[in-house]
Design a protein around this ligand. Sequence first.
Ligand code: NG6
Ligand code: CA
Length: 508
Amino acid sequence: LTFKLNPLTCFLLLLSVLLACNQKKGTEDQVTAKTQPNIIVIYMDDLGYGDMSAYGATEISTPNMDRLANEGVRFTNGYASSATCTPSRYALLTGTYPWRNKDAKILPGTAPLLIDTAQMTLPKMLKQQGYYTGIVGKWHLGLGSGNVDWNQKISPSPNEVGFDYSHILAATQDRVPTVYIEDGYVVNLDPNDPIEVDYQKNFEGEPTGKDNPEMLTMKWHHGHNNSIVNGVPRIGFMKGGEAAKWSDVDMADHFLEKAKAFVKGHKNEPFFLYYALQQPHVPRTPNPRFEGATGMGPRGDVIAEADWCIGEFIKTLEEEGILENTLIVFSSDNGPVLNDGYYDDAVEKLGGHRPAGPLRGGKYSLFEAGTRVPFSVYWKGKVTPKVSDALVCQVDLMSSLADLVDSDQKGTDSKDLLDTFLGNSNEGRDELIIEASGRTALRQGDWIMIPPYKGPAVAKAVNIELGNDDEYQLYNLKEDIGQQKNLASSKPEKLQKMVAAYEKQRGS
Ligand code: NG6
Ligand code: CA
């Protein structure tokens, strides 16, 4: 028996196969869109545990941040990995404790990229799962491989560690270069006015905050007396790049626009956006629209400004019809500081506000306020609002989000706490090592053990208790959240157990 196909049958057969394939692809896409929510990390810079109404603030109002916290899972024991920026961001993006990397400390604007381009990262993992990934805002994890030429393509950059798109400020708002960098290129750079940056010495003839106080619109208190940009003295020296310099008072609007554009441009595919706001880090430069918004001076006003930005951003998600398919993590890179190097009335106009809430210490500190920060997970329609006391850390997002998107990737120190982040479980970590300027401490259950450290008890310039003491410190945080009663000598067995656990983790 022979069966012959004429050309027409052949063509029809082929056509139906093609159509079937196409249909299958269509369903797969839909499934993907359903099981892969957009993921957004909104990350504040130096926002304290007590800086939001949702965390007890009464002197300041933060309705939009509160919405994410109150309509999501609000963590009361949520930690940044570190009491400063660079190490916390390193841990967030790599799932690795920052103290494993000796270079993970506050970086100058000229530092090389801190994350190895071969290393697995949160955005890389999401990219592998089909996400389009972007960062808008503060980077502060180094760029290039030493001696960056700011007038050429800057590489490696966020784009080499997993971000398809990047629109960043290199280090901090108080550090040069004071320009935006998009996908490795300085934005608005005039090739006839090249940028030079140096953290050691000034360029000849360039004014500085130290020598030209008459040019300043903001006075420096400590540090921050090198190059002057927009009347604000900075850390580090910079020359040229006039047209590329950012406008400080427009920075919040600028990043908001970029974040909104990112969402609008990628709403039809699963996306990951790391929206890293610059507030309330110094220099605090609210847009004139927000001047006086709080009566608390620039520090309060930029928190109000950031809150407004977050509200506008959520509105965009709503308008684009994707809020319900978007998981939003909200947190801060470290605790609060008032005077961080400029005279900006942060201390004088504080009034009754307590940026750290009931916690002791602040930014740079091993006491709780250094690392315990606002931390919430919001997912409209999926996450039931609740308050969780589980011990969680930003370092855990890597493995937890990997679980969410069905990836096998894990961060070295990252615990899969997906159920906890989504509010389905109250189980957090048993232990956590926190870090502050190279010093570490162990949180275990309700307890924290701080080993003895030399160094001043108080950082004078910023007026923050650092957690240094000649003796071991042991606190029961459940009973004594303000760390007033050192139980090290009255609970020797507990202390010994924790010291042993700490040494095991630190590998000493
Ligand atoms: C410190 C700066 C401080 C701030 C901090 C980084 C001085 C005296 N102080 O060195 O103003 O920029 O670095 O903050 O220069 S962080 O949030 O990015 O870690
Ligand atoms: Ca910070």
